[in-house]
Design a protein around this ligand. Structure first.
Ligand code: HEM
Length: 135
């Protein structure tokens, strides 16, 4: 598996553990006010990171480009800024709204980087390109 895929999956599973933790906390306490943070931790953190990791695993040529690591770094920094601030903002710390906004813009920028990766030309390998030993 390419390094960038491994990093995306390792980061994704950490978000899933945190997202499920937030879900259990809501379910047990009966206070569901943090549900937008829970949903974003799971969907941006777990699901989307894992999809990115899967994309690069299927496209090793693109995974080897420097821009793939830029995408990973920018996206993950954006989530680390945005998601805890969103959780705390929903818990009543409304002063954190600009941090949430800043993190969201970093995440959006990282998604544009990914769009560039997807649309840029590069060899897309198929299973038949792999040597029998790696199939
Ligand atoms: C043990 C695991 C989980 C628990 C205990 C849990 C618990 C909860 C709870 C209590 C709510 C609030 C429901 C409400 O007030 O309407 C919620 C909402 C939500 N959860 Fe989870 N959740 C879990 C896993 C996940 C996962 C893995 C995902 C996505 C991949 C997810 C996505 C969502 C979404 C999108 C909402 C918002 C739904 C709405 O708009 O009402 N959850 N969850």
């Amino acid at each position: 598996m390419p390094k960038v895929s491994d990093l995306f999956f390792k980061t994704a599973i950490v978000w899933l553990i945190l997202g499920i933790g937030a879900g259990l906390q809501m379910a047990i306490s009966g206070d569901h006010s943090a549900f937008p943070a829970h949903a974003h931790i799971n969907l941006l953190g777990w699901v989307t990171s894992a999809i990115f990791g899967g994309y690069y695993a299927l496209n090793p040529t693109k995974a080897a480009r420097k821009i793939a690591m830029v995408h990973y770094g920018l996206y993950t920094i954006g989530l680390v800024v945005m998601l805890p601030a969103l959780y705390l903002m929903l818990a009543g710390n409304t002063a954190l709204e600009p941090i949430v906004a800043g993190g969201s813009l970093i995440v959006a920028a990282a998604v544009l980087v990914f769009a560039f990766v997807v649309f840029s030309t590069g060899t897309v390998r198929t299973v038949s390109d792999l040597s029998p030993a790696t199939r």
